[in-house]
Design a protein around this ligand. Structure first.
Ligand SMILES: Nc1ncnc2c1ncn2[C@@H]1O[C@H](COP(=O)(O)OP(=O)(O)OP(=O)(O)O)[C@@H](O)[C@H]1O
Length: 591
């Protein structure tokens, strides 16, 4: 994992990470950085000596050798400057590439090991977007800024050292001016990053809109419903709002920096006037005066343009680092990496007085559920939209652990099971099952193709589909690849069910993954399931009551409570919620 002291993450930690991933490239960049800084005060001396030696050419004692030597140094300095720019560019490119290869996989690993609940939080989504998008570029930007600060610091110290010899008070005043400027620019950068953060949700919305406007999944609906114009307008409005919001902050902070720059420029003029008086009094050579003035003008340019921009940038890097720290500290579920096969048996599931509510929901979603499920039986969970069926399933499989009441699996508190143990016990197919654009075989078996794939294919009647595919079970699905094959929604659902069956957990949960199947096909899948998944316990959710009536027991959920429970016949006899729902659906089919 990212080798970081999670509590003490700073800009320096990012720099250290860059150094860790490629020590050689980092050292090269650092060497060039320091050399760039040293070059300016060195050149100051070289230029001063050169000018003074040129002046001696008209005297009785011309210093031609010194002039040629310094002219050569100046030439070398110029050559170095040209070369250093190119080399730095090249090294930073290589470093960025190394980060992409080494850091990015660790970031992805951190992301997929995050606790499931975090993925449901919009704040976490915003944070992930801010931190992980082009992370290698952000790291390089931070490294470049830090290196530029080192260059400027070495440069400033060198020039001030040269100045200190002639006018110490200039140096003192300079320090007094530069400190508030650093403070102001830092504050400005922070304000800009904060304003970016405030419009984070708009950025997410814009990304989403642009995705719907361009992705393949929505292409058919885009054409049929012709909503592209409206969505495009929404995208533009969001973009306008976001840029207006940021522009105001940027304009305000830039104005402050510009005022500081004016002060620095006035200060430089005062220094030049003061030093020219020293030349007049023969306290300073013409060469040194010219070199110092040149360096001062250069320094003013650096300070008023580069340094302010840099501190601006640096403080926003600082804010990024805070986000990065938050990201690193996000809770991980180490069990994600635990792929031991537990082979646990299922005997019973006992739910006692279960209550649950989401962090952001006012009321309880699950309200005092008591339920006993036994090995080998088939159960159906039915109820209106929003009754809490999926929520209950997520609690049972261990995704939500923050519930009230008690759940006993095989007589043992569910909270005492590891996530890996629960994962091996429950095979779940959810409503929003994933469609993987890999081979059909990988879609079902992923990294374990030896565990009875052909039997699962046969049980779910996928044989015909496979025979029609050009490369059989090795054919790629989806349009990610040129040779990828598009299959129907119902076929994708069969594959998702096959995946769960192949996993071979003793308790199978089907959370309405069959909505794309025809009623007959769905009914067939459910009624065959007892044959397909012998000895397994089955809990299925479906809105089509014709499919669920074959279950041993039907549980009717209504607003988070169990309203009725029993076999199809028992519930029909009761003539209550279930019977009414069943009869309504029956009439619809007859009509
Ligand atoms: N992640 C979440 N955060 C907050 N509230 C949620 C979340 N997921 C679901 N809910 C709310 O919990 C309630 C129950 O939702 P759930 O998905 O469990 O219902 P359901 O019975 O499965 O519905 P459907 O038949 O439509 O799939 C709904 O009011 C829903 O808005």
């Amino acid at each position: 994992m990212l080798d970081l002291q999670k509590k003490n993450i700073s800009v320096l930690s990012i720099v250290k990470l860059c150094a860790k991933y490629s020590p050689k490239l980092f050292a090269m960049c650092l060497a060039l950085t320091v050399m760039d800084g040293l070059l300016v005060p060195l050149m100051l001396v070289v230029v001063a000596n050169f000018i003074d030696s040129v002046i001696t050419l008209t005297s009785n004692d011309p210093q031609t050798y010194i002039m040629i030597k310094n002219a050569m140094f100046m030439g070398l300095g110029y050559l170095y400057t040209q070369l250093s720019q190119e080399l730095k560019l090249y090294f930073y490119e290589l470093l960025e590439d190394t980060l992409r290869n080494k850091l990015k996989p660790e970031i992805i690993k951190k992301q997929f090991s995050m606790d499931y609940l975090l993925f449901e939080s919009t704040q976490t989504q915003d944070l992930l977007l801010r931190v992980t998008k082009d992370i290698e570029k952000k790291f390089i930007k931070i490294l470049k800024s830090t290196n530029l600060i080192i260059t400027i610091a070495v440069q400033v110290v060198g020039i001030l050292y040269a100045l200190y010899k002639y006018n110490w008070w200039i140096v003192i005043i300079f320090i007094f001016i530069i400190i508030p400027m650093i403070f102001l620019t830092f504050k400005g950068g922070k304000a800009i990053y904060e304003s970016e953060k405030k419009v984070g949700f708009i950025t997410r919305q814009m990304n989403y809109l642009s995705d719907i406007l361009s992705n393949r999944e929505a292409s058919a609906e885009r054409t049929l419903f012709n909503y592209s114009y409206t969505l495009n307008k929404r995208f533009k409005d969001a973009h306008l709002y976001r840029s207006n919001f940021n522009t105001k902050t940027l304009a305000r902070e830039t104005l402050r920096i510009k005022l500081c720059n004016i002060v620095i420029n006035i200060f430089t003029i005062i220094i030049i006037v003061t030093l020219s008086r020293q030349v007049y009094n023969n306290l300073l050579s013409v060469g040194l005066f010219t070199a110092i003035v040149g360096s001062m003008i250069n320094l003013t340019k650096v300070i008023s343009l580069q340094l302010s921009e840099l501190f601006f940038e640096f403080s926003s890097h600082n804010e990024y680092v805070k986000d990065f720290k938050e990201f690193i500290q996000l809770e991980e579920n180490k069990e994600v990496f635990d792929d031991r096969c537990e082979n646990l048996k299922f005997e019973s599931l006992h739910i006692k007085n279960l209550y649950f509510k989401y962090k952001d929901s006012k009321d309880y979603i699950i309200k005092g559920i008591n339920l006993y499920l036994e090995k080998g039986k088939s159960y159906s969970l039915v109820g209106l939209n929003g009754a809490g069926k999926t929520t209950l399933i997520k609690i049972l499989v261990g995704l939500y652990r923050d519930f009230e009441g008690e759940i006993l699996v095989n007589g043992k508190d569910i909270k005492l099971y590891t996530f890996n143990q629960l994962r091996s016990m429950f095979s779940v197919v959810s409503q929003d099952y994933a469609r993987y654009y890999v081979s059909l075989k990988d879609n079902i078996a992923f990294d374990n193709p030896e565990g009875g794939l052909s039997s699962v294919i046969e049980k779910l009647e996928l044989g015909d589909l496979i025979r029609d595919l050009p490369e059989g079970e090795n054919s790629y699905l989806g349009k990610m690849y040129d040779n990828g094959i598009d299959i129907s929604g119902g076929q994708w659902q069969r594959i998702a069910i096959a995946r769960a069956l192949y996993k071979n957990g003793p308790f199978v949960i089907l959370d309405e993954p069959t909505s794309s199947l025809s009623p007959t096909a769905e009914s067939k899948v459910y009624s065959n399931f007892s044959k397909i998944a012998k000895d397994k316990t089955l809990l299925m959710i479906s809105h089509r009551l014709g499919s669920t009536k074959i279950s041993d027991e039907i549980i009717v959920l209504d607003s988070g409570k169990i309203a009725e429970q029993g076999s199809h016949e028992e519930l029909m006899m009761k003539d209550n919620i279930y019977a009414k729902l069943f009869n309504t659906q029956k009439e619809m089919y007859y009509e």
